[in-house]
Design a protein around this ligand. Sequence first.
Ligand code: NAP
Length: 472
Amino acid sequence: MKMLINGEWIDKNEKIEVIDPYNGEVIDTVPRGTVEDVNRAISAAVEGFEISKKLPVHKRVAILRKTAQIVEEKMEEFAQIIAREGSKTIREARKEAYRCTVTLNVAADEASRILGETIAFDQAVGSENRRGYYYRMPIGVIAAITPFNDPLNLVAHKLGPAIAGGNSVVLKPATVTPLSALKLGEAFLEAGLPPKILNIVTGYGSEIGDALVSDPRIRMVSFTGGVEAGKHITKLAGLKKIGMELGSNSPVIVLADADLDKAVESSVSGAFWAAGQNCLGVQRIYVEKPIYEDFVKKFVERTKQYKVGPKLDEDCDMGPMITEKEAIRIEQWVEEAIKAGAKVECGHKREGAIYWPTVLTNVPEGVKVDCQEVFAPVVSIYPIEDLDEGIRKSNAVDYGLHAAIFTNDINKAFKAIEELEVGGVMVNDSTDYRVDAMPFGGVKNSGLGREGIKFALLEMTEPKVVMFNLDI
Ligand code: NAP
């Protein structure tokens, strides 16, 4: 596929191969964008902003709805692309393609609700007879940078609110999974988005990222990815808005009074969705001692039923990791934990990029799988004395995106809600529960700001105050 700059689909002699991580096949190529391409894309987006900021809301709504409709009509095609270029199974990919239509439709809804307020200027002595209000204006050119694990819907989470708010965009999708994003770009143009408002540059973040995020013509960097790149970008960006959706190592607390089967089923799915490469994925499970043995037994039984293999098979439960390098990394992290005393209950087997779903117990504090983000199909289960210990251990990390608690005691659930240091607490569901319209984001190293269209739209617009000094 080609990249989109200044309303044209651009090719280059230098290409990047897009590879199916399951079998190593080259699916397609994309141009290897350069700093010059980034500069041209930003220039085009600056011109695009002159168009986007004047687009009446009804036109923004029509474009977003039409794009959602195109994705819906081509749902299977989108799902096949997601499943081939990334890690997801075809069933997981279909859910993502469907969610993309929801995200775009919610963006269309929210475009009509960009609200302001009247202001009581006469609250200050000497400010009598002033009347006024504020309303929200687009901010300008937004640089959107997205990761590989939800290659379509996370792009929609940036483009939807950016366009709803009247901004223009330079998008840089993940290099390993650029095809879903380019296909979505095609859908936006087909839906009537004026050229120049959306520019998509493919290429390595390490080569073109700095030029994109440090350019003063960019008014906001909206980034989703790992904490390392996030910190680098934050330092470089300078005086502009920053949205950071970063990683986590989400905890689940299971209390003795919980519905055990529900807790097991939700947590297994939450741990191994997208081969564990999910910012919200279940990584650490703290189970009260009276039910610990039972929980581990059922969890391992359920995990062993997982069908791992060809992503496009309808009955496949889990595909490969995004690259063999990533599978080797997690294999080594688990080896480190084993050397320090961890017990492998199941999994810890690798073939190329496939790493079997792995359950660990006895994991000592401080090893990588315990305190860093595994971003792989590996989950650790720990016994706890009580809720207090569960909360203390859940909070004892640098991340805080989502947490979950399974209990039937409403008081304990509320205590957890109030004390867990995270952006969201799921009660009796997995940490990876999300609907696209809810506020989404984290605390600590998990990020800055919130997505979830209405909330991203607040970040992507800014208030303008209007005051009338009246003679009345
Ligand atoms: P990543 O390596 O940080 O890459 C994310 C994006 O940033 C890619 O497009 C990448 O480009 C680009 N990038 C890398 N270095 C850059 C730089 N110096 N300047 C500008 N852009 C740069 O993350 P990933 O491996 O794709 O995704 C996994 C991470 O994303 C995990 O930590 C996960 O938790 C996090 N994540 C967070 C959320 C959330 O909403 N909180 C959602 C999904 C994923 P290249 O591909 O060219 O390197």
